[in-house]
Design a protein around this ligand. Sequence first.
Ligand SMILES: Nc1ncnc2c1ncn2[C@@H]1O[C@H](COP(=O)(O)OP(=O)(O)OP(=O)(O)O)[C@@H](O)[C@H]1O
Ligand SMILES: [Mg+2]
Length: 341
Amino acid sequence: MSTKHRLIVQPTPTPDSAMIASNVKQPSSPFSPLSGEPQSSVSESNAATELPEILCKRYKIERLLGVGGMGAVYRARDLLREQYGDPDPYVAIKTLNEEFAEYPDANALLYTEFALTSRLRHSNVIRLYAFDVDPQSQRAFITMEPLKGPTLDQFLESHPDGLPWEEYRNIALPLIGALACAHERGVLHGDLKPSNVMLAKDGLRLFDFGLGQPVKGLLNGLPKLSRKRIAAWTPRYAALELLNGEGLTSTADVYGLACILYELASGLHPYSRLTAKQAKTMQQDKSLQRPANLPAHCWPALRLALAFDKEARQIGARGLLEAFSKPRPSLIRRIFNCQAG
Ligand SMILES: Nc1ncnc2c1ncn2[C@@H]1O[C@H](COP(=O)(O)OP(=O)(O)OP(=O)(O)O)[C@@H](O)[C@H]1O
Ligand SMILES: [Mg+2]
């Protein structure tokens, strides 16, 4: 069964600024920005939006690759590259879905995703090519590398007991490294969850910085979106302080990452798929156990990252990376430690 997570979007509109989000995640009616009539369009049973078949006279939409709560991603052929003989002229195109695209600063929201992600050069972060607006439909879109492979939530469905350490490391280290790089470049992700990580053929990619934000003071020129009005966190992976209405920080990202890392080792969400708020009320942290697949030397760091209170979550992505990168003690040492302890 798919483990798509629903975002909760709580718009609190103010008269002075445009509202971006509504509480809708699912596909709805065909988008026809100019005429009110459905346009020549790509149609798939689950498509969140219908788009012109060709964007910017250049990108020919071929098929839907995936739908999220805010956007839809299509595979498209770049006709310009094709014209110049490129044997692989394919791109992935992300647009906001109809519900979001309607709002006046929707394009700025997508641009922010582009601006943040393209600041990052890391082999495990999705590579974006360009941001553009189709003049006819006024739909903004991002072009990026097309990926093939399961998302981590799909992958976990076929690994219900989690991964053995050797396999685990190959996913955990690139993922932690990607987030550490983002944080060091001043970019917060805002929506760390298994469905925003893809195991592409040539390596893991962290993607979907759609709820991302720059750390304070960085990228000041970006359009000022009324972020306070978008509480679009994914409940199971959102840090307690986000659920309580506080702003995004790198520490909040670390909580989402820690949930993924736990799930990857055990196959289970650390707090029985509860929100941090519910789990804290039920004192679930008291009974939190080290997943059997996770070496003991990683546990103190992961446990810290899973703390409900941000004051107690005293570890960053880099700290997690250091802890998880340490070689596992030899079997003899582990047995000896076990007997001694
Ligand atoms: N570059 C890509 N290549 C192939 N498929 C992609 C690519 N980017 C995204 N997808 C697919 O499209 C889906 C939606 O993309 P994305 O997560 O960016 O949208 P979203 O609406 O922001 O999602 P969310 O529900 O997390 O807010 C992904 O889950 C994935 O399956
Ligand atoms: Mg997503």
